[in-house]
Design a protein around this ligand. Structure first.
Ligand code: THU
Length: 136
């Protein structure tokens, strides 16, 4: 599974987004340590607050199936019904949720419409984050 394939799976997940309120559809593909990929899309709600981001859907699917070790995440987003927008990064809440299970070196892959990829890490996205070790 290379980065470009992972982005492709994020794009496929984005096609299943339920985003009637924002009109912004997001897809995520999370690669676990065994090479399995967990896909997620944003799922909005009429009450707005219960909306869940694509990244958390992917992560919660995996964790709920007993998977807790991850290597990389691809995220794509853009106006629903259109191509992707340039480099949609995970929101702050998703960065914190990822921090629970992923190391600073966990790779996050973003994509642009021209096919360029940008790779960053959770450590760069959430420096000095609060994690499980802070409670011990
Ligand atoms: N969204 C995500 O799915 N992931 C992010 O990291 C950023 C935001 C969703 C939430 C909402 O459904 C829409 O994008 C607009 O904020």
């Amino acid at each position: 599974m290379d980065d470009r394939q992972l982005v492709g799976l994020a794009c496929a997940a984005r096609g299943r987004a339920y985003a009637p309120y924002s009109g912004f559809s997001v897809g995520a593909a999370l690669l676990d340590a065994d090479g399995r990929v967990w896909q997620g899309c944003n799922i909005e709600n009429a009450a707005f607050g219960p909306t869940v981001c694509a990244e958390r859907v992917a992560l919660f699917k995996a964790v709920s199936e007993g998977v807790r070790s991850f290597e990389a995440l691809a995220v794509v987003g853009g106006p629903a019904g259109e191509g992707i927008a340039p480099y949609t990064p995970p929101c702050g809440v998703c960065r914190q949720v990822l921090r629970e299970f992923c190391s600073d070196g966990f790779r996050v892959i973003l994509a642009s419409p021209d096919g360029s990829l940008r790779t960053t890490t959770l450590g760069e996205l959430l420096p000095q984050g609060f994690g499980p070790e802070n409670l011990s």
